[in-house]
Design a protein. Structure first.
Length: 207
């Protein structure tokens, strides 16, 4: 039987390098608070969902991200605390209820998901933490970057939702597509700026 061996010392070393790079604020010219997000979806990319999540938490990664309700619930049932982001947007009532009951930060990426999350938050008499998804060209989910007026209108209507973070997703990861990636990044930054100018809190930004 084949097995995957992970050198935890090397993995920890890589995390420390990323932390040091994140602390270097000289390129942005101002003081910015950086938080690492450990994406553990897909069974921790083969490293084991719970095992990888625990390792990341133990090594100073405060936020974990998953892509399914089942992964989110599994982390909570394994005793993983702190912020867990559900990266996929959902408008399915049972999924939203389950995520809220397990204190998962839901993603809102459409009118329907935003409305449903707000309705469930009202029913449960709580304020739900949410991750705002903006589609800058990936085409899978998220509010369209160019539809900022509509986005502002929807977000202002949410009485029981607190945006803790805003994100987008690059559609290409290859060096030869750097020009397109930079276009997406500019769209994201510009959209966030418009939201903030309209007094919409965007929380931490990740992409």
């Amino acid at each position: 039987m084949k097995s995957l061996l992970i050198n935890q010392k090397d993995l920890k070393h890589n995390i420390e390098i990323i932390k040091e790079l994140a602390k270097d604020n000289t390129s942005v010219g101002t003081s910015i608070e950086f938080k690492l997000v450990g994406v553990v979806k897909g069974n921790g990319y083969g490293l084991g969902l719970v095992e990888f999540a625990r390792f990341l938490k133990d090594n100073g990664v405060p936020i974990l991200a998953v892509s399914t309700v089942e992964e989110a619930v599994e982390l909570r049932e394994a005793g993983i605390d702190g912020t867990v982001l559900m990266l996929s947007s959902t408008a399915v009532d049972e999924e939203i209820k389950t995520l809220i009951e397990h204190n998962i930060a839901v993603t809102i990426g459409s009118d329907e998901s935003a409305r449903k999350v707000n309705e469930w938050a009202k029913k449960l008499n709580i304020t739900v933490r949410a991750n705002l998804a903006i589609d800058t060209g990936f085409g899978r989910y998220g509010f369209l970057y160019q539809d900022t007026d509509h986005m502002v209108s929807v977000l202002r209507s949410l009485t029981n939702v607190h945006i803790i973070s805003t994100f987008s997703h690059f559609s290409m990861s290859f060096a030869k597509k750097e020009k397109w990636t930079r276009i997406q990044f500019k769209r994201f930054v510009d959209t966030v700026s418009i939201l903030q100018e309209n007094h919409i809190k965007t929380g931490h930004l990740h992409i």
